[in-house]
Design a protein around this ligand. Structure first.
Ligand code: PLP
Length: 448
């Protein structure tokens, strides 16, 4: 006889990003249906998805145009690869579309299946590029503490969170970390935000000089560090950082895996923060989360170096079975069409002020040290003492407790470190924003 679903889950599945010991007793929360910005568990409870699943379900959970696009492509050509000189129509059109949308001139698109794979590919291309240019020593990559770039061996090494390194023997060599631009937490007494940004850029330059500028190849950054706790950089941070990168001929890779596609109030976070990257990675909202697909865009200089390598050594020795999968590409293409036809950017911009106003209001809650955000992204950082900003002891798991309390208010959110994060589907209405923040407020009141 088939065991009940919940116990079968515990006996059969390893859950990503889950306390496995706790899961043995707690068991799963089985989500069985989606409708607009809401999902339902298998007991029929309804929740507003305050995190768009994992920052990806931009169009909610019941978009029939996306289901139809997948169905059409499944019946037409369910799979074909892009190895050698093979191609399929949705992947070709999606690459063309992405290049047309790119916030800075980009030359070519390489498809993968996840943000991690896109970043992993970007790392390989940084190395490939410098070999092509005859600079074999210029290979080190700098990312930031609290940055998040994925979980493959290389992308997890870029990630600057201890939990992704500890006992996995990471990070690998050649990957370094510089300061996290979290002004509220790391700004010195009396230091202005501008001076703090200067200090971050100086610290980056010192690291480059210590290591030797001829050994540093690239800098990876999310426009807003989301999984690290929605850390919005100071206004002038990227201008200062990019001046340092230019000085030492260091590539900038923008990780737009969360910020891409209207999340920050512009189509790309790169535009919002004045970044001029050489490569861009995107995923998640690229397909509204309906199927796995990611993309890496490279500029002309990088593509020319790749081309030169092919002239020298032949085949470009990298690619995934599912690079440019036709069904995922068709769904992504339809997603981008919907963003345009339904003017998602205009909608997002119309609800951002209300979202940010409700977010800022949480800043006066006794548990909250800082409420921060940008666009349709927000977080509250919980503290034991609002005056000293002293954090809660990690073993208390206060943010996780608040996340659990939110469930009884009909809200799904996510605790990351000391923060409770909000990143709802882009289609969220003003009224649903109120439901989200009423629920979070109630959850904070219930958290002890
Ligand atoms: N980059 C950023 C900024 C992310 O937030 C994530 C995932 O949350 C990734 C990369 C990794 O993407 P994936 O989980 O699809 O591998």
């Amino acid at each position: 006889m088939h065991q009940p679903l919940h116990s079968t889950d515990v006996t059969s599945q390893v859950h990503p990003y889950t306390n496995l010991a706790l899961h043995e007793t707690a068991g799963p929360m089985v989500i069985s249906k989606g409708e607009g910005v809401f999902v339902y568990d298998d007991k029929g409870n309804k929740y507003l998805e305050g995190l768009a699943g994992l920052f990806c379900a931009s169009l909610g959970f019941s978009n029939s145009r996306l289901a139809d696009a997948a169905d059409r492509q499944m019946r037409q050509l369910p799979f074909y690869h892009s190895f050698g000189h093979k191609a399929n129509e949705p992947a070709i059109l999606l690459a063309e579309k992405l290049l047309a949308m790119a916030p800075v001139p980009m030359s070519k698109v390489f498809f993968a299946n996840s943000g991690s794979e896109a970043n992993d590919t970007a790392i390989k291309l940084v190395w490939y590029y410098n070999n092509a240019l005859g600079r074999p020593a210029k290979k080190k990559i700098i990312a930031r503490s609290r940055g998040y770039h994925g979980v493959t061996i290389a992308s997890a090494s870029l990630t600057g969170l201890p939990n992704n390194h500890r006992d996995f023997d990471l990070p690998i060599d050649r990957i370094l970390h510089t300061d996290c631009p979290h002004y509220w937490r790391h700004g010195l007494p009396g230091e202005s935000e501008e001076d703090f940004a200067t200090r971050c850029a100086d610290s980056l330059e010192q690291l480059i000089l210590r290591e030797g500028p001829d050994t540093i190849a690239a800098f990876f950054a999310e426009p807003i560090m989301v999984s690290g706790g929605v850390i919005v950089p100071p206004r002038t941070y990227f201008a200062k950082v990019q001046a340092v990168l230019r000085k030492y001929d260091i590539l900038l890779v923008a990780d737009e895996v969360i910020c891409g596609f209207a999340r920050t109030g512009n189509m790309f976070g790169t535009e919002t923060f004045g970044m001029h990257p050489d490569m861009i990675t995107c995923a998640k909202q690229l397909s509204a989360g309906y199927l796995p697909i990611s993309a890496l865009m490279v500029n002309e200089a990088i593509y020319q170096a790749m081309l030169a390598e092919s002239r020298k050594i032949g085949t470009f020795g990298h690619g995934f079975t599912y690079s440019g999968h036709p069904v995922a590409a068709a769904v992504a293409l339809e997603t981008l069409k919907i963003y345009e036809e339904e003017n998602i950017l205009e909608h997002v911009r119309s609800v951002i002020p209300h979202f940010q106003q409700r977010l800022q209001a949480l800043g006066s809650h006794p548990l909250v040290g800082e409420a921060r955000g940008h666009g349709l992204l927000g977080a509250v950082e919980l503290v034991a003492d609002r005056e000293t900003k002293a954090p809660f002891a990690p073993e208390l798991g206060m943010a996780a407790r608040a996340g659990t309390a939110a469930l009884s208010h009909g809200i799904i959110t996510r605790a990351l470190g000391d923060t409770v994060n909000m990143c709802p589907p882009l289609i969220i209405t003003r009224q649903e924003i109120d439901m989200l923040f009423d629920g979070i407020e109630g959850a904070l009141d219930d958290t002890h």
